[in-house]
Ligand binder design. Sequence first.
Ligand code: FES
Length: 122
Amino acid sequence: MYSPEAIKRFKNPKNAGKLKKFNGLGKAGDPDCSDVIEISVLFEKGIVKNAKFKVYGCPGAISTTDAFIDLAKGKTMEQALKISQQEISNLLGGLPLSHMHCSKLPIEAFKDALKDYQNKRR
Ligand code: FES
């Protein structure tokens, strides 16, 4: 069962969409379930200034990505890279064990967005 916080977030994810102004775009997918997310990130002076996401996926992918973005905003790139699946789960008041793997997607997509940002600056 999903927690009330996870249900609230997948019914009405506040970070859904795509930023108009971003400098890092990342994607991640799970080959087992075919869920895919895209995350657009605005990095400014080493800080995650803003981010939004689009998803083709399960409630777990939606709620964990929404939570990840709340955790990442305002953090340095290095701090945001350290956000763990457990931290995401904690913010959601826990995740069903069978959907813990969904929280990998925002972490992987964020890494991809950071790589994109760094490649563009070269
Ligand atoms: S079941 Fe695939 S990300 Fe949730």
